[in-house]
Structures are given as structure tokens and as C-alpha cells.
Unconditional design. Sequence first.
Length: 426
Amino acid sequence: MTRPERGFSLGLRGRFIAAMLVMSAISSAGLYVTVAQFVEFHENQMLTRTLAEELREFADFYQRDPDARPPHSADLQAYVVHGDEAMLPLPLRSLGAGLHEDIVIDGREYAVGREDVGADRLYLVLDMQAIEDLEARFIALATLCAAISCILAVLAALWLSRLVTRPVSRLAGMVGDLDPGRPPAPLAGEFGDREIGVIAAAFDRYLERMGEFIGREKAFTEDASHELRTPLTVIHSTAQLLAEDGELSALNRERVQRILRGTQQMQSLIEALLFLAREVGGAPAEELALGPLVQEAADSQHDALARKPVTVNLLVEPAMVRAPRGMAACVVNNLLLNAVHFTERGRIDLEVVPGRLTVQDTGIGIPPEDLARIFERRYRGSQSRGLGLGLYLVKRICDRLGWQVRVTSAPGTGTRIDVTFPHQPL
């Protein structure tokens, strides 16, 4: 079963940082809007109140005394136009009566009010540059506050995430230190936080069920080891006694040898399954000569090959491996059995050299779509006739022993399987 691909995902600490940054961004945006509204309000106040009142007073004053001097200050300048607009700045000439914003004169921004008194036109020009400078300073201040807020948000998120994840990390460490072979102490009592306590209690319930499962599995492997090995031992010893009987005919003697080979294969298979059922340990490793195992495997397939135009060629050099005998025999037997099943004619080559075992056949080959899955448990390809366990066991045993398995195949050409293992000196 393939695991679905997982996209990008933020961890708990990343989520804290993202949440704090979002909050900081919202606060900064609110500050910016507040500053902008304040400046806009202040600008409107200057325009509607100050300029409007000044323009109204200027018009009233002009009606009473047309020869009076117009108002003038650093920020406010007045113009009186009787007909000729030559003395009037160009941007003001097209303005109608009323108040006008954002009028640019010589690169500076002004607010302008115009009111007509008879045939004369009165203009008041208010310099808004001070307001614009104030707005720029406020915006710069808001930007600086936003940057500082983001930095503080990240620092606060890092501190809070560390504070929050500390009990989670402690729980993960305690779970990682658990020994499957020993009953674990309850975890829930180690945590005062309710949320972490709930998780720890869930772990306790899971570990309790896991302990029961391990106990059942251990009992099964022990019972299976005893109950299966005992009758096999009886069968094997009885067959050996029969093989030593001089009154047996050649045909019956061959049948007894087949029983012996079958029991040996069954013993190897049981040892392999029990070896894989244990988390660590298992059958003791020993120094083995690989050649005799290959020869025994070839002899065990004599009857199956007798019905096919297939020859088995052994190319055996002295090679030693360090492994439990049953495990090594299971690998050799399953590789050869796989080759026999899928080869109807031609040849099967078994080559043993120091550090490598090769089984190559001229069988039907493996389609490309099946090649990547042949080591999966119970996987049966389009041309498979087995149960999908042989190569699965080979791969499991090799992984457990630190051996490497490599398969090359092409439909209609055959298959080559190489098993490499650490070279053991003779």
C-alpha cells in the first residue's frame, strides 16, 4: 500500500508564528488606516474650516473696503483678480468658485478657495505641504511600528511555541524510550496539563492494547515454534531411519530422500518465519559455506525439473556467509523455486562467488509494471502462479541480515536476481 504524497504543512511552531504574524499584520493595517483617516480628517478640517472661514472673512472684508490689503502669511496667500489673470498662477486660472484640493503649484501642494464679489475674483491659497509632510511622517512611523510589531510577534511566537511544545516533546521522548519488551509505566500521571494528559492517557490505552498484542504474538511464536518443530523433528528422524534401511528398494529410497528434503525445507521456512516475527535476535548466526546450501536447493527441485526441458547449472566458488542456517537456506530455496516456476524451457544458472549469489533463468521474465512490486507481501503479478510470499520472504530476510537484492528482468528473456552480502574470509 503506497502512502499518499503529503504537501507542504506547517508544524506547530510555524503555525504559532503565522498566527502571530497575521495578528500583527491586522494590527498594523488598523494602525495605518487610523493614521490615514486622522491625516485626512485634519486635512479636511484645514480645508473646510480654516480655508472656508478665511475666504468668507476675506470676501466680507473686501466688500467693505476693496482697497484694503489682502491677507498674507507663511501658509496663506491671497489674490484679487479684476479682469487680467496675468498675475495669477496658471493652475488657478481654470478653477471655478468654491474650495479645491490637491492643486500643485511649483511642485508644492495647495488648497485653493475662490469666491466672486461682483466682477472681481478672490482667491485664497493655503499651503498644504506641512500637512503632507505630517502625513508622510505618520506613515513612516506606522511602517516602523508594523516592522517592530512583526519582529516582536515572531519572538513571542517562538517563546510561546517552545512553551507549548515542551510537554509534547517530553511526551514524545518518553514514548520513544519505551521498551516493547517491558510493561510501560503510565504516562498520564506525569503531566499536569489537561490537554497533554488526555494525549498521554490515549497513549496509555494504546500501549496497554499493544502490550496485550505483543503478549499474544509472543505466545503464538513460542507455541508455533514448539508445536511445529516437534512433529517435523519426528518426521525427519523417522525418514532418516528409513533411509538407513538396507531392504528399501531404490524407488522407495528416493521417496524417503524427497521426504527428508521436504522436511528440511519446512524447517528452514519455519525458522525464517519465526526469525522475522521477532523484533530483534532470533536464530544464532553461524559461519556457513554457501555452496552446499545451493547444492541442496538444486537437489530438492530434481522432481520438478524432471518434467521440464530445463537444465540447472551450478557455478560454485568457495564462499562463506555469516547468517542463521535456516535464513540462508530460505533465501536460496525461494530464489531457485521462483526460477523453476517461471522457466518452462532453457536453463537456470546458480552462481556463487565470494560476496554474491546469482540466480539467472531463461523464463518468461517480469513485466515492467510488476518489477517494482515483486517484493510486496501477497503481490501477484499478471503472470504469477504462486502465493506472493517467496520473494517477500527473501527481501525481508535480506533486509534483516543486511544483504542487498537486485532484480533485472525483461519479458520473454528471463530474470536475474543478485544477492550481495559481506564477504567472509575462508
